[in-house]
Design a binder for this molecule. Structure first.
Ligand code: APR
Length: 243
């Protein structure tokens, strides 16, 4: 049962969940905007834009190599919020889609399968020449070769940078337009198009919920808001949804 939904929509309602960096904060990964826009001591635009990559590809590679190493170090693992979503997916009888802005793999690691990475994945690389996308668990550099087309210097992280189009937007839009419950978790609501998902969900009559450490930039658009660490709020909230 979803509290707040009209009776006829409570059972088997379609659920869309949006996650951001805050859900991985309890796993030890730093969020983006915690330090005045500085991210691991870099300006976001230097390491997360096509212009930044064009002007200093080695810096961008070093930055993502470091993040990949951290993710694979053994110190980072899913927290109860990731596991609660994976469990909910297996138990919920209605449609379900998890949309994450995160490039880490903690949702899959916890068991989520109905998942789209709208900002790409840290553990994949892409060749800018032939478009080949393949898994990567080692460092990339300007000297790396593409296994498919053999071109040198064209490999980049398979992530979406500022100014680029997010992935899977048709799938996401379709799910939002059919959902009865939309839940945003651990996102500041400052980056579009994800920041606008709550408005789409409201426009189709969905019940909209924010679970975050603090009020986000989209706070007033949500019908229900709960504040605290995701590792606590998410298991509690989805237990309530399941009834
Ligand atoms: N539990 C829940 N929420 C948390 C926690 C926590 N333990 N810790 C932090 N938060 C919240 C913060 O209060 C903040 O509102 O998570 C949010 C994280 O916001 P951002 O750092 O802006 O991350 P996100 O919203 O995912 O950023 C969106 O911006 O830089 C780009 O592409 C990048 O996907 C990213 C996008």
């Amino acid at each position: 049962m979803i509290v707040g939904l009209p009776d006829h929509m409570r059972q088997r309602s379609a659920v869309v969940v949006l996650t951001g960096a805050g859900i991985s904060a309890d796993s030890g990964l730093q969020t983006f905007r915690a330090n005045d826009g500085l991210w691991e001591n870099h300006r976001i635009e230097d390491v997360a834009s096509p212009a930044g990559f064009a002007s200093d590809p080695q810096l961008v590679h070093r930055f993502y190599n470091g993040r990949r190493k951290q993710l694979l170090s053994g110190d980072v693992r899913p927290n109860p919020a990731h596991y609660a979503l994976a469990e909910f997916e297996t138990e919920w009888p209605g449609d379900y889609l998890l949309v994450t802005q995160n490039i880490d793999n903690l949702h899959e690691w916890a068991g989520s399968r109905k998942l789209v990475h709208m900002h790409g994945e840290l553990l994949k690389k892409r060749c800018v020449f032939c478009g080949d996308v393949t898994p990567v668990d080692t460092d990339l550099s300007v000297r790396s070769w593409c296994d498919r087309c053999n071109a040198k210097g064209g490999l980049r992280p398979h992530v979406v940078w500022f100014g680029e189009t997010p992935m899977e937007m048709d799938t996401i839009d379709g799910a939002l337009r059919g959902c009865g419950l939309f839940v945003a978790i651990g996102t500041s609501g400052s980056v579009y198009p994800a920041a606008g998902f709550v408005s789409v969900a409201n426009s189709v009559g969905a019940y909209t919920v924010e679970l975050n450490l603090e009020p986000s930039a989209q706070e007033s658009a949500f019908q229900e808001r709960n504040y605290g660490p995701a590792a606590e709020l998410v298991p509690e909230f989805f237990a309530r949804v399941k009834g």
